[in-house]
Design a protein around this ligand. Structure first.
Ligand code: SF4
Ligand code: SF4
Ligand code: SF4
Length: 354
């Protein structure tokens, strides 16, 4: 039966986002906690293209009436992704991150949390940090950007939200799992805005609740007041906006451990201090989620290698002593047009497709 898990681990690693193996084998423990052997064997038969149960049944040499309820149950358990198209349900593979892990937001236990926290630094080291295209990018707070800057609509959270036809708000799994281990930070718990087909999946499987544009904008405002970094999906039509803290967010928390997080994130801005206006009050140092700011007796100083261009320090400085600066043209990140292209890029960069 272990073979089913070995095949599943390889299958997940062949998906764009990857699921790299570790020496400790912690990733196999995670799979055994989440999937039954039968579910593992079925998950291997799914691709990143949504398909009806009949096509998957044919590939797996199973009968459709027997397979359909299992696929439906697996989608409910957060092991695969499903959507409704026309009058048919369709199913596709879910990646481990972003995907299976996040779909377990309402189904966490301490053993699973411990294993995933052991695994994620490896995931970041062996997969996320390796490819140029990340699954998430960092956008600046709109209020941190001056009118004359050339900010694109896909870099403004409010614009992204206004364009959506379906929005779901879901609990933030990073803050939830940290709270369950008594390491929470009490910031906004409902912190994941999900759009499009992902929003329908979240709603159908009770992972979040459908909200209006007005409520989404109110939640965004609360997230900003709570000092959260805005990380949308890395495309011009993002499927989500994450509102993240440096203490719980598995992406930021792990990036912080690197010497130069700025070199790893996809971001187009950085913060600059005007030392003449700075009173060395220290607010920005507390606000920065990636420890990019240090304050001495004279002024605050920003480490450009660490600044991820979130703008939190700019909006929290009462003395207007910080402003955002656009990166040079050569360094600017233009996100892929849509999420499919983002994942095709990641798959190519990981050598999974040509
Ligand atoms: S911390 Fe950020 S990445 Fe993690 S679940 Fe919350 S919103 Fe998403
Ligand atoms: S918040 Fe403003 S004034 Fe205070 S240390 Fe930072 S830059 Fe200086
Ligand atoms: S210094 Fe910190 S808070 Fe300011 S923009 Fe950079 S990462 Fe964000």
């Amino acid at each position: 039966m272990d073979d089913a898990y070995i095949d599943l681990a390889k299958h997940l690693d062949d998906l764009p986002a990857g699921f790299p193996a570790t020496d400790s084998g912690v990733e196999m423990r995670i799979l055994k906690r989440l999937f039954t052997p039968q579910e593992a064997a079925i998950a291997v038969g799914l691709t990143m293209m949504p398909e009806p149960a009949s096509a998957i049944a044919e590939r797996l040499d199973m009968d459709e009436p027997g397979l359909s309820p299992i696929l439906e149950r697996m989608a409910k358990k957060g092991l695969i992704f499903s959507r409704h198209k026309g009058d048919k349900d369709q199913y596709m593979a879910a990646q481990f991150i972003v995907g299976i892990w996040e779909y377990h937001v309402n189904d966490l236990d301490k053993d699973l949390i411990k294993d995933v926290n052991e695994y994620l630094p490896y995931f970041m080291k062996l997969s996320w940090t390796k490819q140029k295209t990340k699954q998430l990018r960092v956008i600046p707070l709109s209020k941190s950007i001056s009118a004359e800057m050339n900010i694109m609509p896909y870099e403004q959270a409010e614009e992204i939200i206004q364009k959506q036809s379906k929005i779901v708000i879901a609990p933030c799994i990073c803050r939830k799992e940290h709270a369950m281990m008594d390491k929470g930070c009490n910031r906004l718990l409902e912190g994941c805005l999900i759009f499009g087909s992902g929003a329908y999946y979240y709603e159908k499987n009770h992972l979040g609740r459908s909200i209006s544009h007005e409520e989404a904008l109110r939640i965004l405002k609360t997230g900003i007041e709570d000092g959260l970094v805005l990380q949308p999906g890395n495309s011009q039509k993002p499927a989500n906006i994450c509102m993240c803290c440096g203490c719980c967010c598995q992406i930021l928390k792990n990036l912080k451990a690197y010497e130069k997080p700025a070199k790893i994130v996809c971001s187009n801005y950085y913060a600059v201090i005007n030392e003449d206006d700075c009173t060395a009050c220290g607010t920005c140092e507390d606000r920065c989620q990636v420890d990019a700011i240090t304050v001495d007796e004279d002024a605050a100083h920003i480490d450009n290698g660490r600044c991820i261009g979130c703008g939190l320090c700019v909006v929290s400085c009462d003395f207007d002593a910080i402003h955002m600066q656009e990166k040079d043209q050569a360094e600017r990140w233009i996100p892929p047009e849509n999420t499919l292209k983002t994942y095709l890029n990641i798959a190519k960069e990981r050598g999974k497709i040509k």
